[in-house]
Design a protein around this ligand. Structure first.
Ligand SMILES: *Cc1c(COP(=O)(O)O)cnc(C)c1O
Length: 444
């Protein structure tokens, strides 16, 4: 595949270059310049096969030209040691649980593929790299776990001291090995600024081979298409004549949804997408008014979706040729408030025994509205909706307690993180503080 900048003023690049550069020179995001037709491949996938097999076959179709068959197979196998799980709820709804990876959220899929791809590409070139990430909580632990133990790579994670939950902090600071946690005396914005400044320090960036692993990376985005393909394949088993499914996606930065739209454009049969957001509704507003009005984010219970200027909007615009009408034909917006989120968690737990984390609950509520509106319009809703379950409910103990009045049991991996020994380096919120730590890192 060949990738170009969404702003169109930068040279086209291959996957390797797109991954190591992150952002294009003109400030745009990389996106595919062509739309491969993978419909035949999708139909030939085995519905009984494990996820890693689907991932392997789609990865080969996308990347083997550039990276070679052997490399791509190694990447897919090394990345996916965990599986998504498609759980039927009733005739019309099922949950695609994406939280069975090492950090208990869907970001594990993208992070795992990126880490395995970087390890393979670095080993190929005989080099090494330092990954710098600023985190406000969740992304950092997915990245830390994905890169742990990868050869030739060191990871430095900056998080704001005292401003992440205890569970998040323990997930970040107990990985060890090639992962260093920096506890910054400052805010998340300070962490982001320090990372930016480090990249702008040419000498430092060059000497240490600084690389980013943030959410705009194509190496994280594209593999998220794999679980849409896997879910549709599993659903098709024994029911070839059924209508194509809907996908409902709890969205913030819109990476997850964009990956699903890519899968659809490559030939996956999809009835439509529901973009479910909390009150940070910049994209739903655009779909209704045609005006994109980014603004500061508002804090909500589904805080991983508190995004006021979703970066992947540029990629969505590119897919739909800048046409709001075309985007609307594929994506239905739904906005869900915190009060509705709490009520949804409570009702799903009482009536169906389901434990929905606050992000998945936004998707659940949006799906209820979709089904109601379709019934109004068509008398009966014959379709099926796959709701992406993006995080394990145990990551949000307080909200779950407030909504259900019950305590949730922590999965083993989270219990282990809480028992482990915290290791962090405390630094001032200055580039000098970061520079000293980076210069002092042992070799990878
Ligand atoms: C990041 C995140 C989201 C939002 O995904 P985007 O790709 O940013 O739209 C939703 N739920 C959870 C739990 C997340 O961590």
């Amino acid at each position: 595949m060949i990738f170009a900048s969404t702003r169109g003023r930068s040279a086209t690049v291959g996957f390797r270059e797109a991954v190591f550069r992150g952002l294009a020179d003109d400030g745009g995001l990389y996106h595919p310049t062509t739309t491969p037709d993978l419909g035949g491949l999708f139909r030939s996938l085995d519905a009984e096969a494990p996820f890693v097999e689907t991932a392997r076959r789609v990865s080969l179709a996308l990347f083997a030209d550039e990276l070679g068959t052997g490399s791509v197979e190694r990447i897919a196998r090394a990345a996916f040691t965990f599986e998504p799980s498609l759980v039927p709820v009733d005739e019309r709804r099922m949950l695609l649980e994406l939280f069975h990876g090492p950090s208990y959220a869907f970001k594990d899929f993208g992070a795992a593929f990126l880490a395995a791809a970087m390890e393979e590409m670095i080993a190929d070139g005989g080099g090494e790299a330092v990954i710098l990430v600023a985190t406000s909580g969740d992304t950092g632990s997915a990245v830390a776990r994905a890169f742990h133990g990868r050869r030739g790579i060191r990871v430095v994670i900056l998080y704001p001291s005292g401003r992440v939950s205890r569970l998040q902090e323990m997930q970040l600071t107990t990985v060890g090995g090639n992962v260093t946690a920096l506890e910054v005396k400052g805010s998340f914005d300070d962490c982001q600024r320090m990372v930016k400044e480090a990249f702008l320090d040419r000498g430092l960036a060059r000497d240490l081979h600084l690389t980013s692993a943030n959410s705009i990376s194509l190496g994280r985005l594209l593999p998220q298409a794999f679980y849409y393909i896997h879910a549709a394949t599993v659903l098709r088993r024994g029911r070839a004549g059924d209508p194509a499914p809907w996908f409902c996606v709890p969205s913030g930065n819109f990476g997850n949804l964009t990956a699903g739209v890519y899968a659809w454009r490559w030939g996956l049969p999809v009835a439509g997408f529901v973009a479910a957001t909390n009150v940070n509704d910049v994209v739903p507003e655009y779909l209704e008014s045609g005006v994109f009005r980014p603004r500061p984010s508002v804090q909500t219970l589904s805080n991983a979706m508190d995004v006021g200027n979703p970066s992947n909007f540029e990629r969505l615009l590119a897919i739909f040729g800048g046409s709001v009408e075309r985007m609307k034909a594929a994506i239905r917006p739904e906005v869900v408030s915190d009060a509705e989120t709490l009520a949804t968690i409570r009702e799903a737990s009482m009536h169906s025994g389901l434990l929905l984390d606050p992000h998945t609950a936004v998707g659940w509520k949006a799906t209820e509205r979709l089904i109601k509106e379709m019934e109004k319009a068509e008398g009966r809703f014959r379709g099926r909706v796959i709701i992406l379950a993006t995080a394990h409910p145990a990551k949000f103990l307080e909200t779950m307690r407030e909504a259900t009045g019950r305590e949730i049991e922590l999965p083993a991996g989270l219990q282990a993180a809480l028992r482990a020994t915290k290791r962090s380096i405390v630094v001032d919120n200055t580039l000098e503080g970061l520079r000293q730590v980076l210069r002092g890192l042992p070799a990878a």
